[in-house]
Ligand binder design. Structure first.
Ligand code: GLC
Length: 489
């Protein structure tokens, strides 16, 4: 791929195909599938440590910088990302001192994890809230069990959010759970252990640029509101942020590192972080470091969007509308919506990182628990259509539902029809299909589904009634690729 072509592709990376993740049960609108040809090849050809190709993530107003990516072969990259691509479903945890305020300040409703900034709470007042961050009911093994029961394959928790508070004892700032809060202990290691004991991967979120408590930390698009915050940003990066990232990598060995908000991150500032993470050959890193660093994925937030560069993408989303615990946000998405979101994202080849916001005591709100368990029940029967699947061969726009597929070593393919709306006549027509499947079955209950080639395409006849009101999955076994005509003997 030529640099000229790349230069046409890369700026497009700023324009994500947007799909609103509205609450409700209706079929979500479809994002355009990523332009396949421009995809993996473009990524593989993305200039390694080169200059001259402008690139940025994270929305309007941020400058574009030369793209910077790990120097590795596409094959090595595929191996590094294998577990992550196959996982498809992860749990995000936003937990910190903000949970103690539960969404209100001085009797007025305010933000969740942004409450310190939203309500312009002084550093001293905010720090005083840490006495109410008790973690007194924190049960990391019960959390890990819930996430496992939900069918998630990885967990990402906020080691430090924008309020600068770390959930572990840091040598670089006393503003942490051990030294400054009622919790008085490391909250990360027991979760890492519990999550790994269940075979799930453990990941960490770290806000590298914004820090509203440690002096000099970034304030995003806002200005400092307390003299105690003032200081030099570069000194903050050198003395707190970079050392803390090194610290969490060394202490907790995360499989995945999720940076957040690229404000003020120039290539020079991003470089020490980049060099640090590049020293961990297995680590998966998201795309929000800034300074032109590509990262391993795109991370559309609160919307189902694919990535025009065809990188792996991960949709992060809340179950209500707030990341951190906020008692007054009860706009819960339905279990059906969440299951369909997972189905929709998998049909486009992405991951779903779904958030929980525990209370200051360490309790995951019951509506979140209920929804996660509903997802787990669905995945127990239908997980085969999600885990390690690839994007379906059909545009993710059909009224009846979505598709994923798996190609097997012998060249055969399993096509999964995720039926959201069971057709009244029991029939689904797959127009471009070039051959009939050898067999078909419902994942729930195993009833056979018949399929025959007609002039209009493959007609699949669904047996009986929808076994699942949310998404019923039909697996069709093909001798070869679904869209290619069979090779005649
Ligand atoms: C944003 C917000 C933040 C949240 C995150 C999750 O960047 O600043 O509060 O942690 O997105 O993706």
């Amino acid at each position: 791929m030529s640099v000229a072509l790349l230069m046409r592709i890369l700026p497009v990376a700023m324009v994500l195909a947007i799909l609103p993740a509205a609450a409700g049960d209706g079929p979500a609108q479809a994002a355009q599938p990523a332009p396949a040809a421009a995809g993996i090849a473009a990524y593989a050809a993305a200039p390694k440590n080169s200059s001259g190709v402008a690139f940025h993530e994270g929305g309007a107003g941020l400058p574009a910088y030369p793209a910077l990516a790990r120097d590795e072969t596409p094959a090595a990259r595929a191996i590094r990302l294998k577990w992550y691509r196959e996982a498809r479903f992860g749990i995000f945890i936003h937990w910190g001192v903000y949970a103690a305020l539960a969404g209100s300040w001085q009797g007025k409703p305010s933000g969740g994890e942004w409450i310190m900034n939203d309500a312009k709470i002084s550093v001293a007042d905010y720090k005083a809230q840490a006495r109410n961050f008790t973690a007194s009911k924190y049960d990391p093994r019960a959390w890990a069990q819930l996430f496992d029961d939900a069918g998630a394959k990885y967990v990402v928790i906020t080691a430090k959010h924008h309020d600068g508070f770390t959930l572990y004892d840091s040598a670089y700032s006393d503003w942490n759970a051990v030294k400054a809060s009622a919790a008085g202990r490391d909250l990360l290691q027991p979760l890492a252990d519990a999550v790994r004991a269940r075979g799930l991967k453990f990941g960490l979120y770290y806000s590298q640029s914004q820090d509203w408590v440690n002096p000099g930390g970034g304030k995003g698009r806002t200005q400092a509101w307390d003299d105690a915050q003032k200081g030099d940003f570069d000194e903050y990066l050198a003395k707190v942020s970079v050392p803390q990232v090194r610290e969490i990598l060394q202490k907790y060995h995360p499989a995945y590192l999720f940076f957040d908000t690229e404000y003020q991150m120039t290539p020079e500032r991003a470089r020490p972080f980049f060099d640090l993470v590049a020293g961990y050959p297995a680590l998966v890193v998201n795309n929000r470091l800034g300074g032109g660093v590509l990262g391993d994925n795109a991370t559309p937030e609160q919307r189902i969007a694919t990535d025009p560069m065809n990188r792996q993408f991960e949709v992060c989303m809340t179950i209500n509308n707030t990341w951190g615990y906020r008692a007054n946000d009860v706009r819960w998405k339905s279990a059906r919506q969440l299951i369909r979101n997972l189905s929709d994202i998998a049909a486009k080849g992405g991951n779903y990182l779904l958030n929980v916001g525990p209370t200051a005591e360490g309790v995951i709100p019951q509506p979140e628990v209920d929804r996660l368990l509903a997802m787990g029940r669905w995945l127990k029967t239908n997980g085969e259509a999600i885990y390690a699947s690839e994007a379906g061969p059909f545009p993710p726009t059909a009224d009846w539902g979505r598709t994923t597929q798996k190609t097997h070593p012998d060249g055969s393919t399993t096509l999964y029809l995720h039926v959201w709306n069971w057709p009244a006549n029991g029939e689904i027509l797959l127009p471009e299909t070039a051959q009939a499947p050898r067999s078909g079955r419902l994942l729930a209950g195993g009833a056979a589904a018949a399929a025959e080639m007609t002039e209009a395409g493959l007609r699949v006849t669904l047996p009986g009634e929808a076994p699942d009101p949310d998404v019923s999955v039909v697996a069709l076994e093909f001798g070869g690729p679904v869209l290619a005509a069979p090779v005649s003997p």
